[in-house]
Write a protein that binds this ligand. Sequence first.
Ligand SMILES: CC(C)(COP(=O)([O-])OP(=O)([O-])OC[C@H]1O[C@@H](n2cnc3c(N)ncnc32)[C@H](O)[C@@H]1OP(=O)([O-])[O-])[C@@H](O)C(=O)NCCC(=O)NCCSC(=O)C[C@@](C)(O)CC(=O)[O-]
Length: 452
Amino acid sequence: MKIGIDAISFDIPKLQLPIKELAVARNIEPVKLEKGLGLLQMAMPDVHQDVITFAANAITKLVKQENLTPTDIDRIYVGTESGLDASKPIASYLLAILESIFGDNTMTHCDAVDLTFACIGGVDALQNCVDFVTLNPDKKAIVICTDIAKYDLNSTGEYTQGAGAIAMLVAKNPRIISFNRTVATSAKGVFDFFKPHRIVKKEELGITDNQPWQGVLEAEIEIFKEQPVFDGQYSNDCYVERTVEAYYRFKELNKTEGTLYENWKAIVMHLPYSFQARRMFPEIYISDSPELSKEISKTDAEYFTKLKAFSKSETYKAFIAEKFMPAEKASSLIGNMYTGSIFMGLLSTLCYYAESNEDLTGTTLGFLAYGSGAKSKVFEGEVSPSWKEAIAKTGLFETLEVTTAIDIDTYHSLHKKELSTSVLTPSNEWILEGIEETNVNKLGARYYKWVD
Ligand SMILES: CC(C)(COP(=O)([O-])OP(=O)([O-])OC[C@H]1O[C@@H](n2cnc3c(N)ncnc32)[C@H](O)[C@@H]1OP(=O)([O-])[O-])[C@@H](O)C(=O)NCCC(=O)NCCSC(=O)C[C@@](C)(O)CC(=O)[O-]
């Protein structure tokens, strides 16, 4: 029986900072960001948005789009690395959101949890749900990936920022894509990118004594750093090492004869920035090609020069245009979505081929997932006959066309959380209503409401 993604929806910020604006402010040549990394815009959350609102909007769109009822949803598995709470998962907020749509006590049967492994947590959630539906073919699950990719101002990660959520309905006989059961993993415990806890003094948070909440009685409090600690070039090396190993492990497990990537109509990879896949893939392209691997060997002293030259060749440019460019399209206009990036790449690929009237039915897509820390998973999916109709309502490229550009000053204010009112008036969406006032500072329960 085929199991996979039956329906998909997403929510992204309506605000974006044109990358040129950031490049000028940081004294970087815009062409480096545009042509070197493939960046055009950076999606920027407004004051009323956070990872819960993105997830809530994505799941609400999915429910409405597919006319889902509570009995259609037996699981909500969230992939995220932007959890707002070390105890209460985002999935718990989503149960409340769905009960506010369907009615009180309508979701008590539903299993819900968050999974975290940097950007690959969404793929872990998907696999878990595919296994669940395989064992329970009459049940369905929703996988949500939601994150805000926020980096320190002036860091090399700053221009790769982005945000948003993707919701996917996992079911038998899926209308979009079904997955091959072979999944190859390559994992190793490293510190390429991480968000450590830190200890702060109570006064630093403006907390006074005698406030009623247990848990803030100590003089020092442990908090998360929202922005990661990372080493950009090392993180790229880890990405390459893990994905290459997972790729060859997949070939072995799947008993693939010949060049694996030739079987793939398009390649969907984790995109921390738009051109990551095209920049790292030449190593695999060469080593998995019987002819090229003889010409360009890793033991050759000129290996890196030859690798660079090949990545600029007409052969490789044609390969990029067919296999990577469709996924890059959305990434260039959004930025990193962390867990959602690979699935936004999938949606972008499908929308691109739908727009160019090419039928993908029966073709195989290759997936190379990555999450810092670090883990890669490689797997395949077969596109279903109804894929075009199933993605038609998502309106991805139309949504990307109607974003609002902000200037650098507004960007700085949003980044530093200095604004108290939203840049755009919210409409037809979930918003953060507030953080409970009786609570201490920003450590209270968060409340959300729907605005028409
Ligand atoms: C990604 C880096 C490291 C890039 O680092 P960088 O220092 O900004 O850029 P660079 O110096 O490596 O140059 C990038 C490209 O621009 C080109 N370039 C240079 N100048 C020009 C010019 N004038 N005209 C045209 N092109 C130009 C240059 O030649 C090069 O292209 P190449 O030839 O190597 O393909 C940085 O942005 C960064 O630190 N990002 C944050 C970390 C990151 O995204 N790492 C990626 C891998 S780890 C990952 O994917 C996981 C992650 C991050 O998503 C987190 C998670 O899992 O949760």
